[in-house]
Write a protein that binds this ligand. Structure first.
Ligand SMILES: [Fe+2]
Ligand SMILES: [Fe+2]
Ligand SMILES: [Fe+2]
Ligand SMILES: [Fe+2]
Length: 321
């Protein structure tokens, strides 16, 4: 039954357009149905759950982007701005994303987390990155085609390691594989290095997927540590490092994600302002109307914090002029 449902999912995915694949990747990452291991999530209305998923994805992307913006600020000899980006990045990951994940029941038992990760890696390995590589090759974006092909192979290795780990966790026999080592990619400020609009859109989808995979695996590592399975925690953390330092970073180079610190601050301000005044207040209203009061409170608190981030980034930008 498990295999059948995966096959159905993959067949369904193949028929989707690239744009709707982005949404599907997220749906895969966060279970569409409330997680059985998280009774708190069962009361959440479907719309609230979907909004929490959007929030989780956005926070994961903010974390990964701000980390790179912080390094760029250091390069330009603005260490205080570098620190501001890094501390904000940590807040997005450790506070908002963890709270959203708790509300959706994203992290379950070690077994459930491994199954969820195997599904995600299988999709990226068999469907997503192969499709992106084919598209980039057709459009003459050969560097992107090469990167997507390399990452597809990595995702297959991640899936295999998780499958082995699942056998160890469920049978108590064998050894959890050693974690992979990330080959950290440096991301200097630069323009996009791809031509086709489709390649740019797929890079954006891929970066969001990598950022989310990193964030999820860090949550799963914490869960594995809580259960005393330190070898599994090391596997999660090592793989999380590959997703962000190698995959996300490699894609960020081609996408031209990092610009000058002034431009990075402007981009961060636009994003934070939208989250503070539009996105999170809208989510809070919907959650209140649906009677999901805890989630409504979370969205309201987050909106207020995003307003503080907007102000902090604005002060930093003013100092640069
Ligand atoms: Fe945020
Ligand atoms: Fe992976
Ligand atoms: Fe990846
Ligand atoms: Fe923020």
């Amino acid at each position: 039954m498990f295999r059948h449902s995966i096959r159905t999912l993959l067949v369904g995915l193949c028929t989707l357009t690239a744009a709707s694949q982005a949404a599907t990747a997220v749906a895969l990452a966060v279970p569409a149905e409330p997680h059985p291991a998280a009774p708190a999530a069962q009361a959440l209305r479907q719309q609230t759950l979907s909004d929490l998923t959007t929030a989780t994805k956005g926070e994961a992307f903010a974390y990964a982007s701000y980390s790179l913006f912080g390094t760029q600020a250091d390069r330009e000899a603005h260490p205080a701005i570098g620190k501001l980006f890094r501390t904000t990045a940590q807040t997005e990951l450790n506070k908002y994303l963890h709270q959203a994940a708790t509300l959706t029941g994203l992290a379950g038992t070690n077994t459930a987390n491994l199954r969820q990760a195997i599904n995600g890696e299988t999709y990226e390995h068999q469907v997503m990155y192969r499709g992106f590589a084919d598209q980039a090759r057709k459009d003459g974006d050969l560097d992107a085609a090469k990167l997507f092909t390399e990452i597809a192979a990595d995702e297959g290795r991640h899936r295999d390691a998780y499958r082995t780990a699942l056998t160890v966790v469920t049978t108590g026999r064998g050894t959890i594989p050693a974690p992979p080592k990330a080959d950290t990619v440096l991301v200097p400020a630069g323009l996009p290095q791809v031509k086709a609009a489709r390649t740019k859109a797929n890079l954006d989808t891929a970066m969001h997927g990598e950022a989310l995979a990193h964030a999820k695996y860090m949550l799963f590592a914490a869960r594995a540590n809580q259960t005393g399975n330190t070898a599994l925690a090391r596997l999660w953390k090592g793989t999380a490092g590959v997703e962000v330092h190698e995959h996300f970073a490699g894609e960020a180079v081609l996408a031209g994600l990092v610009r000058t610190t002034k431009a990075n601050l402007r981009k961060a301000i636009t994003g934070e302002h939208n989250e503070a005044t539009n996105l999170y207040p809208g989510f809070a209203k919907r959650a209140t109307a649906a009677g999901d009061t805890a989630t409504a409170r979370y969205f309201r608190d987050t909106a207020a914090d995003e307003a503080r981030h907007t102000a902090a980034f604005q002060r930093a930008l003013n100092q640069l002029h």
